[in-house]
Design a protein around this ligand. Structure first.
Ligand code: NAG
Ligand code: NAG
Length: 159
């Protein structure tokens, strides 16, 4: 083969390698629902934010300590009306999970704040999850529903 033929062959090989997976993946699309595609795309390509908000009464300090398997986001003492938030891109191969420990007075709670769940993605409006600490428990803001949903109880006996 002369070098022109070698180049053409190499070029076509590269084309085939890049195009075949595209065809293969797009042929899978019709099997998945529209919502599924939407949440998949959002999950893989978007930057998400998780917000933790102190909405307690009487100027109480809220202690927030959030983590994932890979990251410890540190201890934050929030005054009323302030928030701690972080951003992340979900793991492409799945398994994204964040959880938080929160405490005030002699009450505490430990709970998941981001996990793989299409109903959670929808409540977070595919971008921002708001966890709001109130005197009676922890709420998740359902952004499209325009309401705060009661999610977790406080437990007695802070560690
Ligand atoms: C609330 O607490 C913060 C920090 O402890 C303090 O700086 C602020 O003055 C307090 N505000 C009120 C209204 O008590
Ligand atoms: C937050 O508050 C806890 C106890 O209320 C205290 O032990 C800790 O040092 C505080 N951390 C920071 C970063 O202020």
């Amino acid at each position: 083969m002369n070098s022109f033929c070698k180049n053409i062959t190499f070029f076509m090989l590269v084309q085939a390698i890049t195009i075949i997976p595209l065809i293969a993946s797009s042929s899978l699309e019709p099997d998945q629902g529209h919502l599924d595609d939407n949440s998949r795309l959002s999950l893989w390509y978007k930057t998400w934010h998780v917000h933790t908000v102190n909405d307690l009464s009487n100027n109480k300090t809220l202690l927030v300590h959030c983590k994932s398997r890979d990251d410890d986001l540190g201890i934050h003492n929030l005054t009323v009306g302030t928030e701690f938030y972080w951003k992340f891109r979900p793991r492409i191969f799945g398994g994204t999970l964040f959880w938080c420990y929160m405490a005030y007075d002699n009450l505490h709670a430990a709970f998941k704040v981001f996990w793989e769940d299409p109903s959670l993605y929808a409540k977070c409006n595919y971008g921002d999850c708001y966890w709001i600490a109130r005197d009676d428990g922890i709420y998740l803001k359902d952004i499209p529903g325009e309401r705060d949903e009661y999610y977790y109880d406080w437990e007695l006996g802070r560690l």
